[in-house]
Design a protein around this ligand. Structure first.
Ligand code: AMP
Ligand code: GLY
Length: 423
């Protein structure tokens, strides 16, 4: 088979890494990919959100199966366009990707079908939003309705902060059309975790849990990022709690989507808060998480491509996935300045030594080749991923590899996995 992966981050490198090992894969393409992906796939110079360009490239290369990494093209309907063009594709159609594309839609779905989630209301008018904030009181959470690259959620400690968030999103239009409406939510407390499942209509195949680290700096300090590291599984999601998540969140959501005529196909990512009353959904994503995908896939023993094809075809009942008992952990290395302003083009050395560390894989999240040098080409640049018997073992191996990388312009958190290790 000729397989195309769409995207350019660490998630897509991990997807390519797993798919390249499949006996079903004869040729692997990635659009647009990055310098690390180029070592295992043919990179096509088409941006992930250029839907027409991706469809044309898939037809030109006679692609047999496409896998979509990021949310942008999913919400824009890339799966519908590729399938219409005769390219079987892994991912939800536009009608189902709305579960990530509109937080208001997702909250209404939870409300209507009794799926545990924070109390909320939707607003497109600042004064009414502020009146609701006053009624609920702080802390409170303000979210832009649409896709905002992870920046559309503001956790507000005071009513004033919440008013400022409303002004920023609704009045000043900071996120454009994605912020023409907001969701205001009750603040939930507990430990966060995420849970992934493959879904086709009402078929569900649970994958595994993971935990991300969104703040930029050690001790969960600093601004929120796309994710500075992750590990899988997340011990906070005990087998019993994972069952609860399947029974009260994943299966009811999948059934609800089918019932309202938006059947879901692809990987469903549930962002959860484990509250004293049990797990509640913070968000649904219509894709693998990044970096969560990296530790998840290094634990998978089975053929990923076979599972993704079975998911697309509605044969999930015939798939039995095998996993390494080990934990896996990813440390993200980012360019200094991220998530704010950062320069591109700094040279990264020593990657071969890092990659030679046993049980370590270095996934590229944002790299390019310039005059024969590997350079940083984004905020998040590398995902140093290790597998070990415990999260602590995986963490030690990952940092051993990190310390072999010579990149003065980069930084990483030194405490990825602290919650699991502290247990
Ligand atoms: P989201 O993109 O909706 O997952 O939100 C990003 C982050 O904001 C989450 O990972 C949480 O840390 C935080 N967050 C979102 N919603 C809530 C909530 N209702 N209560 C507390 N924290 C929240
Ligand atoms: N790491 C968070 C996400 O992929 O949404």
């Amino acid at each position: 088979m000729k397989v195309l992966v769409v995207g350019s981050g660490g998630r897509e490198h991990a997807l390519c890494w797993a798919i390249a090992r499949s006996p079903l894969c004869d040729a692997l393409f990635c659009a647009p990919g990055n310098a690390g992906i180029a070592a295992i796939a043919t990179c096509l110079d088409v941006a992930a959100d250029d839907v027409a360009g991706i469809v044309a490239a898939a037809q030109e290369q006679a692609i047999d199966f496409a896998v979509i990494g990021p949310e942008g093209p999913l919400v824009a309907g890339i799966v519908d366009r590729l399938e219409e063009a005769g390219v079987p594709t892994f991912g939800p159609r536009q009608s189902a990707a709305v579960i990530e594309g509109s937080k208001g839609f997702m909250k209404d779905l939870c409300g209507r079908f009794g799926i545990p989630s924070a109390a909320y209301a939707r607003f497109d008018e600042p004064e009414a939003a502020k009146a609701y904030i006053h009624r609920l009181g702080a802390p409170i959470v303000v979210k832009a309705d649409g896709l905002a690259a992870g920046k559309g959620v503001v956790v507000c400690r005071t009513e004033n902060e919440a008013h400022a968030a409303i002004d920023h999103i609704l009045t000043e239009g900071a996120f454009g059309a994605a912020g023409s409406e907001v969701v205001i939510e009750e603040f939930l407390t507990g430990e966060e975790a995420s849970f992934f499942a493959l879904v086709h209509g009402t078929q569900v195949l649970p994958l595994a849990s993971a935990q991300d680290h969104k703040p930029a700096f050690d001790g969960d300090e600093g601004p929120n990022t796309g994710g500075m590291g992750a590990y899988s599984p997340a011990p906070v999601l005990t087998p019993a709690l994972a069952e609860t998540v399947m029974d009260t969140i994943i299966r009811p959501t999948v059934a609800a989507m089918a019932e309202i005529g938006r059947p879901y196909t692809g990987v469903l990512y549930a962002g959860l808060m484990i509250t004293p009353e049990g797990p509640k959904v913070l968000e649904f994503n219509a894709r693998f998480g990044d970096p969560e995908c990296q530790p998840l896939l290094v634990r998978l023993k089975s053929d990923l491509l076979e599972a993704l094809i079975a998911c697309r075809d509605g044969r999930l009942d015939r798939i039995k996935l095998e996993w390494h008992d080990d934990a896996a952990l990813t440390v993200v290395m980012a360019t200094r300045g991220y998530p704010g302003f950062y320069p591109k083009g700094s040279v990264i050395r020593g990657l071969e030594r890092a990659e030679a560390t046993p049980s370590v894989a270095v996934f590229h999240a944002g790299t390019a080749l310039q005059n024969g040098h590997l350079v940083a080409d984004a905020g998040r640049v590398l995902g140093v991923t290790a597998r070990g018997p415990t999260v602590a073992d995986a963490q030690a191996l990952a940092y051993q590899a990190v310390d072999l990388i010579d990149w003065p312009e980069g930084f990483c958190r030194r405490d990825i996995g602290w919650r699991a290790i502290g247990r």
